[in-house]
Design a protein around this ligand. Structure first.
Ligand SMILES: [Zn+2]
Length: 87
């Protein structure tokens, strides 16, 4: 509930959690224009998220070359946790 209120007051700006939530869709080119620019706006000012999306993109790219394998969301989450711990 608090998260919803926080989101409302941010007027569509993305934070690190939002980037984590939307990174797969972003890499799939699956975000609507407004979300895509919010995503990119956050990326442009957040080093850990740039690193996260870069790593995720490389991981998905590597996995997608194997038939029938999808990047599990647990992997995505552990990457994000690691980025933020190192920050
Ligand atoms: Zn971030």
């Amino acid at each position: 509930m608090f998260r919803v209120i926080k989101r409302f007051f941010r007027k569509g700006e993305f934070d690190c959690d939002d980037v984590a939530d939307h990174s797969s869709a972003y890499l799939d080119n699956d975000l609507k224009e407004a979300k895509r620019s919010a995503f990119q706006a956050h990326l442009s000012k957040c080093g850990p998220c740039q690193a996260f999306v870069g790593t995720l993109s490389a991981t998905i790219g590597a996995l997608s070359r194997l038939p029938g394998v999808n990047a599990p969301s647990a992997l995505k989450q552990s990457l994000l946790d690691r980025m933020h711990r190192e920050n």
